[in-house]
Design a protein around this ligand. Structure first.
Ligand SMILES: [Zn+2]
Ligand SMILES: [Zn+2]
Ligand SMILES: [Zn+2]
Length: 156
């Protein structure tokens, strides 16, 4: 068997640039962020419709309007553009890239938001610092971990 050292190098670079940023937990019962179906406290949380935020109802029954249980916004609770969900995602990104605890990452995000001239972790809109090459495509990583999270949710 001939040896191809180039292939080894490619594989090595691929592995070292990969950072796993977990998608925020979102409960499949009450649709609140921060826990999963398995950890849902039935004393505190009720089964909820992920679309209208009302008590869970049969799927045949139509939802009157979309309402998010996490931010009270007019979108479904499972929306990936929910500001609360995006905030959790940013906390996760800070937590993983800085290797700090969740509570500290939360404080860090709050601190960054208070200082407008310091951009919040957002490699997707990195045209401002075009001379700085981000270590990885943030959007790409988030997308792939979201897909993984979706698979987790459906298998629970
Ligand atoms: Zn729950
Ligand atoms: Zn509903
Ligand atoms: Zn929301």
């Amino acid at each position: 068997m001939p040896i191809f050292p180039e292939k080894i190098k490619v594989a090595y670079e691929y592995v070292t640039t990969e950072i796993f940023i977990p998608s925020p937990f979102r409960c499949g019962i009450c649709y609140k962020l921060g826990h999963t179906k398995k950890r849902c406290d039935s004393q505190k949380n009720k089964p909820t419709c992920g679309f209208c935020g009302e008590a869970a109802h049969p799927s045949e029954q139509q939802c009157l309007r979309a309402k998010c249980v996490n931010c009270q916004g007019d979108h479904p609770s499972f929306s990936k553009s929910c500001p609360r969900f995006l905030e959790e995602k940013e906390i996760n990104a800070i937590r993983v890239t800085m290797r700090i605890l969740y509570s500290l990452a939360r404080e860090e995000l709050a601190r960054r938001k208070k200082i407008p001239q310091r951009p919040i972790v957002n490699y997707a809109s990195s045209s401002l610092h075009s001379n700085v090459r981000p270590p990885l495509s943030y959007a790409k990583v988030v997308q792939s971990t979201e897909m993984a999270a979706d698979l987790n949710l459906s298998s629970q």
